[in-house]
Design a protein around this ligand. Structure first.
Ligand code: 9MR
Length: 364
């Protein structure tokens, strides 16, 4: 097409200036055909053009801070309650549920047209005292009741749930993490997923963990094998969340894209759920975005807070906005990477074609 047009223009007019005009016209046509949009000016808008979301963790007690909500409302189209949906927040006493702070975040998100990721239904940490002291069948039943009650309360309002969080141990064993939940039996994770599916059949159900970015790590491989096993046995699972807290001890791995595409090839969505990077290394941020955009089923990125002062690791200044709310170089890198991503010609990537098979074979 381009060559033909160029040849025709050259033949008809036969001057260098006309040739130049023809090339320029062809280039413009090529641009339109590739579906490239005009550069979006916010993270959420740019991600949405590419069938994805760009989200942040939100704390209910900051919703009264207008500097905070100004950035939140302008830049993001997905929110994850940072602590307000956790077990200690939603069921402080057994069978007494408190959704006040979580509901405030959900209402804010809905009023702004943002989606909500639910975090988290079953976790060894941030358990209320009553649950910490339980074990065995009583704990298993209490956990399942918690999953059922909370997922039912937010049914239709949460697009994806971190059903189970951080259930694998660090280090080289690839073993499950020891916890009171794990001691109720190895099937506690699938039991939680089945309860969540029954309570909210339309929410995407995710397994979420940290230090699962490097494809060669034992923990990554262990989570991969669990997801593979769940898919083979029909345990309901729709997505894997990679927290992706990166720093000098857990650097951006050059095989990150392999990790994303390998999980995606199992037939699940992949979401980057808690991204923050020590010092806000702009190159690492750009790499993460490029890797997600390269994998069709990597359908969203969430950063774990808005300004550095909002971060759980504030001293590492790991976020996209400084404590005054100004955009950092990492913000520009992320927005540029998003804007450079291909705009799909058909709908969002979720449920779409799966990514190609993993480029390396997982250890078995
Ligand atoms: O950012 C959260 C912080 O405010 C809490 O004090 C902390 C308590 O465990 O949890 C933080 O969020 C964690 C998330 O829920 C799971 N992955 C690790 C996050 C950072 O610790």
């Amino acid at each position: 097409m381009t060559k033909q047009l160029r040849r025709r223009k050259a033949r008809v007019v036969g001057t260098w200036s006309a040739l130049f005009a023809g090339v320029a016209a062809a280039a413009a046509m090529t641009t339109v055909m590739a579906g490239t949009a005009t550069a979006a000016t916010t993270l959420g808008a740019s991600a949405a053009e590419r069938g994805r979301y760009f989200g942040t963790a939100v704390a209910a007690n900051k919703l009264s801070d207008s500097a905070y909500t100004t950035i939140l409302n302008r830049e993001f189209n997905s929110v994850t309650p940072e602590n307000e949906m956790k077990i200690d927040a939603t069921e402080p006493n057994q069978n007494q549920f408190n959704y006040a702070n979580a509901d405030r975040i959900v209402q804010h998100a809905r009023s702004q047209g943002m989606q909500v990721r639910g975090h988290t239904l079953a976790w060894h940490s941030q358990q209320p005292g009553w649950m910490q002291n339980m074990s065995g069948t009583a704990l298993r039943n209490a956990m399942l009741n918690h999953v059922t009650q909370v997922a039912t309360h937010f049914r239709g309002q949460v697009v994806a749930w971190d059903v189970v969080n951080e259930a694998f141990a660090d280090g080289s064993t690839g073993a499950r993490r020891d916890s009171n939940l794990q001691r109720t039996g190895n099937d506690w994770i699938e039991a939680a997923f089945r309860a969540a599916r029954a309570a909210d059949p339309n929410a995407k159900l995710c397994y979420n963990d940290y230090n699962t970015d490097d494809w060669t790590h034992a923990k990554t491989q262990a989570v991969y094998r669990m997801v593979q096993d769940f898919k083979q046995r029909g345990v309901p699972i729709d997505c894997v969340g990679l927290q992706s807290h990166m720093n000098n001890q857990s650097p951006y791995p050059s095989n990150y894209r392999t990790t994303l595409s390998s999980f995606a090839a199992l037939g699940v969505d992949v979401q980057i759920t808690e991204l923050d990077i020590e010092g806000a290394n702009a190159t690492w941020y750009r790499n993460v975005v490029n890797d997600c955009l390269a994998v069709a089923r990597c359908n969203g990125i969430t950063v774990w807070g808005i300004r550095d002062s909002d971060s759980w690791r504030a001293s590492q200044t790991p976020l996209l906005f400084n404590s005054s709310g100004a955009k950092k170089p990492a913000y520009d890198a992320v927005l540029q990477a998003l804007n450079n991503g291909v705009v799909p010609t058909t709908g969002p990537t979720t449920g779409g074609p799966t990514s190609p098979p993993p480029v390396s074979t997982p250890r078995r």
